[in-house]
Design a protein around this ligand. Structure first.
Ligand SMILES: NC(=O)c1ccc[n+]([C@@H]2O[C@H](COP(=O)([O-])OP(=O)(O)OC[C@H]3O[C@@H](n4cnc5c(N)ncnc54)[C@H](OP(=O)(O)O)[C@@H]3O)[C@@H](O)[C@H]2O)c1
Length: 280
């Protein structure tokens, strides 16, 4: 038998403070929910809109009804805008002078035919998915560095996409700049792993396949709908909230302390099936 120190708390997040961008709905809200259920003391969610069915306020209300001791708060910010990220840092500091977990999840997509691509669409996608993620990591590093230790470093988790690994959509509904932005996110996590690892901050990437959400809805419909995409997936379904929850809690927990610069795809393995010759 080997001595595994603190195994019972290895997958727990007790006492941790997390910030999840794009936490008002979709994958970000799944991650925020999981962090609170795993014991986090404070989960801060951020998005642009406070009000409405998909705004921050309704999400905070739901999170604070989970029946756990941890609390959720919301802070509106546009994380494609560097000044607003700087303001977000200041707002977070009013609640906590350290940060254990930063999830750079807010993302934008754009699809359309190649030649007429408006330049504004590339700017929108790159500003949020690449420049925004870089500036979040850069500007939150002082807070992350304060809480990281050699045995339990602080975590940056970047939400990318399997579109950053494969070439999933070309032609009328091509998503070239989205794919490129997500490939950049993968490499950013490798760069940050080496840059920030010595400062007790690890960085990893989660690359989801299709999860029903506002962002994915249009593309799922264009590709034939949830049933058709499920049939084509080796696991015979699309992603579910628990699939994101599991990988997020793992990467944020002490269990992943020595994992740095990796990307974990959460797609049921479908990216490997794309070149197959026959239907499964
Ligand atoms: N769902 C999928 O199938 C899938 C697959 C692969 C990768 N992903 C990635 O997963 C991440 C989350 O996507 P999702 O599917 O959960 O999307 P979603 O349901 O549309 O949620 C997007 C979230 O980001 C926020 N947001 C958007 N632009 C923002 C900005 N400029 N500043 C701050 N917050 C912003 C939105 O709130 P506001 O609109 O109020 O700002 C919302 O909270 C994205 O990075 C996406 O690329 C998703």
């Amino acid at each position: 038998m080997s001595q595994l120190k603190g195994f019972n708390s290895m997958f727990r997040l007790d006492g941790k403070v997390a910030l999840v961008t794009g936490g008002s709905r979709g994958l970000g809200l799944h991650a925020a929910t999981a962090f609170l259920l795993a014991g986090a003391k404070l989960v801060i969610i951020s998005a642009r809109k406070n009000a409405g069915e998909e705004g921050i306020d309704q999400a905070v209300e739901k999170l604070n009804k989970l029946g756990v001791s941890g609390k959720a708060i919301g802070i509106a910010a546009n994380v494609a805008d560097t000044d607003d990220i700087q303001r977000l840092v200041g707002e977070v500091k009013k609640h906590s002078d350290t940060l254990d977990i930063l999830v750079c999840n807010a993302g934008a997509t754009w699809g359309g035919p190649f030649e007429p691509t408006p330049d504004s669409s590339s700017k929108k996608v790159l500003d949020l998915n690449v420049r925004g993620v870089f500036n979040l990591a850069r500007l939150f590093t002082p807070l992350l560095e304060k809480s990281g230790t050699p045995q339990d470093p602080s975590r940056i988790i970047i939400v990318s996409s399997t579109a950053g690994i494969t070439v999933p959509h070309v032609g009328d509904h091509g998503t070239i700049m989205y794919s490129v932005s997500k490939a950049a996110a993968h490499h950013m996590s490798r760069q940050l792993a080496v840059e920030l690892g010595p400062r007790n901050i690890t960085t990893n990437t989660v690359a989801p396949g299709f999860f029903p959400s506002k962002l994915a809805r249009g593309l799922i419909d264009i590709l034939g709908g949830e049933q058709e995409l499920s049939d084509a997936n080796p696991r015979k379904r699309l992603g579910e909230p628990e699939d994101i929850a599991g990988v997020m809690v793992y990467l944020a927990s002490r269990a992943a302390s020595y994992v740095n610069g990796e990307d974990i795809s959460v797609d049921g393995g479908v990216r490997f099936a794309q070149g197959r010759q026959s239907k499964l």
